[in-house]
Design a binder for this molecule. Structure first.
Ligand code: URA
Length: 430
């Protein structure tokens, strides 16, 4: 005899009630085992989206998701661990320079990543543009690489929070992704189960993010920081702008190329700024705020770790990256100042060019994506390149161009233009 039944749990939340610990433990476990049907969990997810959850309910739900799978343990490593999670953005390649940079500062980075779905790219898709690189590592390989190189970026195995894997796929097709309790428990169950000692959350806010407004982004950050802290993970969050895409590229190979520029001491200023800000949070959480990560970018040691990290996973860091077969240039419509470049428009264009996937089994094109040649605040000249669209399949240009319509503004040189561009670092929680 089970202790509860699904309809009782669904109706309790439907009617605005608070779920008990035992109801939560039961429903998460029964759903993972297949005893609660998808349609029942869909109804419960919608009731949670509409009626919310109290903080203790979210904490219990997170614990139940962690208990659905294995927990990793890095306490045997010779250095402290720190990880970063981004809620997802356009041109967000920060994990690529960040992981080797933090490792070069003496803190191990166990970064379990995912693939992109929809308009935001996936870290693994980007790294797979590097010839030979492999995402799948066993737990033993991961541990050995953390000890020898200090940084690992690899696919999360099936053993970690399997309840989340099932529930996330269901939310994706039932309009229930946006519930703060469900996002917070989904992200934090995986990070807590992963066993990192410190965690920084990059909570994106703006048109290209899940959270379009700053109050909801702050609420999500506060819930996640509390969940991490209560579970013994030193957790902080930065709220960062995602109304403009990061850097000058969105795609796979072209984002790797930009990350390598950052590791070589160059790269776009916003990518460098965010990489350093997140590195400082991770180092502080791991007790190593005596090290300045800017020094490790400047002296080449972060680049050395990058090359070791790529080689350890069978990639060739010196091999040429794949390039798209076709390109299409969009020119500036006027001479003046670029005042807006919309993250969602660019993300959708990159996705439609083949950099992302519509279904999780779809392949991605390594060379596809969008390069932009100016950022908000920069001068542009009529007829000169503003964006370059890249793909192997020219039939994709039309739909990509359609998504860019209305996605940028140029103020003529004689207008009284105040160059836009929101500040990159919006707030800090923790
Ligand atoms: N990322 C996750 O892992 N889970 C969510 O629910 C949203 C973003």
């Amino acid at each position: 005899m089970s202790t509860h039944d699904a309809v009782e749990v669904i109706t309790a939340k439907r009617d605005g009630g608070t779920l008990s610990d035992s109801q939560i433990d039961w429903v998460v476990d029964a759903y993972t085992r297949g005893d609660v049907a998808d349609e029942q969990m869909s109804a419960l997810a919608m009731a949670i989206l509409l009626n919310g959850m109290e903080r203790p309910e979210i904490a219990r739900w997170t614990a139940a998701m962690i208990a659905s799978g294995e927990r990793m343990d890095f306490s045997a490593l010779s250095r402290p661990t720190a990880d970063k999670h981004s809620t997802g953005g356009v041109g967000d390649k920060i994990t690529l320079p960040l992981a080797p940079l933090v490792a070069a500062c003496g803190v191990a980075v166990p970064q379990l990543s995912g693939r992109g779905l929809g308009h935001t790219g996936g870290t693994l898709d980007k790294l797979e543009a590097i010839p030979g690189w492999r995402a799948a590592l066993s737990n033993e390989e991961m541990m050995a690489q953390l000890e020898s190189v200090g940084a690992v970026i690899c696919a999360a195995g099936d053993g970690l929070a399997p309840a989340d894997k099932k529930l996330y796929a269901l939310r994706d097709v039932t309009g229930t992704v946006e519930a703060i309790p469900l996002i917070a428990s989904s992200i934090m169950s995986k990070k807590i189960a992963e066993g990192t000692g410190a965690l920084v959350l990059d909570v994106k806010v703006g048109s290209g993010a899940f959270m379009k407004d700053v109050d909801r982004a702050r609420e999500l950050a506060e819930v996640m920081v509390a969940l991490g802290t209560d579970a013994g993970v030193r957790t902080t969050a930065l709220l960062t702008d995602m109304s403009t895409p990061l850097g000058l590229t969105a795609g796979n190979a072209i984002e790797v190329e930009e990350s390598v520029e950052v590791l070589a001491g160059g790269g776009p200023a916003d990518v460098v700024e965010l990489t350093l800000a997140l590195a400082r949070e991770m180092l502080a959480g791991a007790g190593r705020d005596d090290v300045d990560p800017a020094d490790k970018l400047a002296d080449g040691s972060a680049m050395d770790v990058w090359k070791q990290m790529i080689r350890a996973q069978d990639g060739d860091p010196d091999a040429p990256l794949p390039e798209a077969r076709e390109s299409h240039v969009v020119t500036a419509p006027a001479t003046g100042t670029l005042t807006r470049l919309d993250a969602m428009a660019v993300g959708l264009a990159a996705w439609r060019l083949g950099a992302g996937r519509a279904r999780k089994e779809d392949p991605v094109q390594a060379g596809a994506g969008v390069r932009w040649h100016a950022r908000p605040g920069d001068a542009v000249h009529e007829g000169e390149p503003l964006l370059t669209l890249l793909t192997d399949e020219p039939a994709r240009f039309e739909r990509a161009l359609a998504s860019l319509e209305g996605g940028y503004d140029v103020a003529p040189a004689d207008a009284d233009a105040t160059a836009a561009g929101s500040p990159l670092l919006v707030d800090r929680v923790g």
